[in-house]
Design a protein around this ligand. Structure first.
Ligand code: FAD
Length: 522
């Protein structure tokens, strides 16, 4: 680690994940002296690119960019900081073992098995989701209102929410109120015939969560995903993987005047006169600042870095009970050559491939994880990023990046025993759509939620730092007492996926937190 230039800053940010970097940029642009301290030897948190087999690079956590609003990307001017895209507007393809795949793009769905009724229903579904997510998107763009205060800003924010829902019109407003608390399985049963289409849409509702399609709240997580982009989700792959996005964010922060140090783990948040006063690094060095912003997850921040002794017992209980166990894993494959995927044209193969043949398949895959078993036939979200970005693999070889659901944090038989077996299951599950896949695999890597916890320092290894659920969402995220990016300890703020609006490579938590810090200082 290099030594920070000063002993005192206006703000210290603990963690250089993408949200920490976005927060740093906005604070620095506002003229604050900002220091970012990242424990890993590179910035990006769970949005990084690294080698997993000699010559093979992969986006080790997040592998698709689709949630960061274009307005934020433009405002950060990431193109000027070196961000280039290897692929943009990727299609989503629901795989079928008989090669009759279903393709979904902005224009609608297509595939031999898609009935005329489903094609119409899918077009109407997209319209409705665009409407609802367009109405909800502004909620993600600012601090959520606080409940039970007399402040005009909170009242105005609640009124605006009501107005946005009212403006949907009678039909869509009723539909939102009807479906908001439903499970996605029932909702899809209402609207579609095709098991393949229902499987693909259910996957979006449960990816990264501890839900199956029949779990209450699974529609909420779908709406959340769609709301991030106002219903116009575009799937992209930065050239050089998601790590290239983080590197560009790092350069944007530096250009704005922030100072970033990697390999600089923070050991403790310092407290003086009942407020945050800086941080102590693992190296023993101390840096003082009246504002400390934590990009680390809430449990790490409050129970690890701050300490329960500075918090009241009720708050500590809420943080302790926050649901932070991940159920999502990642498998990376280094392939000597790419096997054929019967029925897939080259353009589709570059897209997002889903193994979720129907919603019941997903529910069955989920059942195992509830009992600390891995799924015998898991649900997969697959990309082959080296098709669009050959720099990721040696010539003629390929990288396959697979988000795999469901992998429990704790496995009954222990991950040391189950690791290879589960990796083989994932390879064989995908192999059902690409005969001969196994023979092409030169090396593989499995990241379980426990590995994700270790590698990315996310307590519990959860994609969102804390489950997206009604009791951990919006006005109560992560817990009452720490909403609006503020915490019970004056001077200590949160800016990571654990606060509103949650995880995914979106950047809004970081930007909203910076605004809140500036509001408080104003
Ligand atoms: C397997 C997997 C696949 C995913 N796929 C996608 C995807 O395709 N698309 C998508 O949009 N999202 C995806 N996500 C979610 C997304 O990656 C995360 O929600 C997002 O990266 C969180 O960003 P963050 O900046 O809030 O936190 P993080 O990325 O977790 O960053 C927090 C940072 O804080 C640092 N830190 C923690 N403690 C300390 C300390 N004591 N001192 C210093 N630094 C510290 C960490 O090292 C880390 O760099 C995926 C997540 C996982 C796990």
């Amino acid at each position: 680690m290099t030594t920070p230039a000063r002993a005192r800053y206006d703000a210290v940010i603990v963690g250089g994940g993408h949200n920490g970097l976005v927060c740093a940029t906005y604070l620095a642009r506002a003229g604050r002296s900002v220091l970012v301290l990242e424990a890993a030897d590179r910035v990006g948190g769970a949005a990084v690119t690294r080698e997993f087999a000699p010559g093979f690079q992969v986006s080790a956590g997040a592998h698709l960019l689709h949630l960061m609003p274009p307005a934020l990307l433009n405002d950060l001017d990431l193109g000027a900081h070196g961000l280039k895209f290897a692929a943009h507007n990727l299609p989503t393809v629901a795989l079928s073992a008989d090669g009759q795949h279903l393709s979904m793009q902005a224009g609608g769905g297509s595939g031999a098995r898609l009935s005329a009724a489903d094609a119409r229903a899918y077009t109407e579904w997209r319209r409705l989701m665009r409407q609802i997510s367009g109405a909800l998107h502004p909620l993600l763009n600012g601090a959520p209102p606080r409940l039970g205060t007399d402040a005009w800003s909170d009242r105005k924010s609640l009124m605006r929410l009501g107005w946005r829902i009212r403006r949907l019109g009678r039909r869509d407003m009723r539909e939102l109120l009807r479906i908001g608390l439903m499970n996605v399985h029932d909702l899809l049963e209402d609207r579609f015939e095709s098991p393949q289409l229902k499987g693909a849409l259910a996957l979006d509702a449960v990816l990264g969560t501890n839900y199956g399609p029949r779990s209450p709240g699974s529609v909420l997580s779908l709406l959340y995903r769609l709301a991030a982009t106002g219903g116009t989700e575009v799937l992209s792959q930065p050239q050089g993987g998601l790590g290239a996005l983080s590197a560009a964010l790092g350069r944007a922060a530096t250009a704005a005047g922030a100072e970033i140090h990697t390999a600089a783990p923070v050991e403790r948040i310092l407290v003086k006169d009942d407020r945050a006063s800086g941080v102590a690094l693992a190296s023993g060095q101390q840096v003082l600042a009246p504002v400390v912003v934590s990009n680390a997850d809430p449990k790490t921040t409050f129970l690890g870095l701050l300490g329960a002794e500075f918090l009241d017992a009720g708050f500590v209980r809420r943080i302790t009970h926050l649901r932070t166990r991940g159920f999502t894993g990642k498998v990376h494959l280094a392939l000597d050559r790419l096997p054929k995927f019967p029925g897939l044209d080259p353009e589709s193969l570059r897209g997002r491939l889903l193994v979720a043949p129907d919603a019941d398949y997903i529910e069955r895959a989920y059942n195992h994880a509830k009992y600390n078993e891995y799924s015998a036939v898991p649900m997969l979200e697959v990309t082959v990023p080296s098709l669009s970005d050959p720099s990721l693999a040696p010539a003629g070889s390929h990288v396959v990046s697979i988000v795999v659901q469901y992998a429990p944090y704790e496995l009954n038989e222990g991950w040391a025993t189950g690791r290879q077996r589960f990796t083989d299951i994932v390879i064989d599950t995908l192999g059902a759509y690409a005969p001969g896949l196994r023979e092409c695999v030169r090396a593989s890597e499995l990241l379980t939620p426990a590995d994700i916890e270790r590698e990315f320092r996310i307590h519990g290894g959860h994609w969102h730092h804390a489950e997206i659920a009604f009791d951990q969402f919006f006005m109560v995220r992560p817990v009452p007492g720490a909403t609006q990016y503020e915490t019970p300890l004056p001077g200590l703020f949160l800016c990571g996926a654990g606060c509103h609006p949650g995880g995914g490579v979106m950047g809004l938590a970081g930007r909203n937190a910076a605004r809140q810090v500036m509001n408080r200082a104003a």
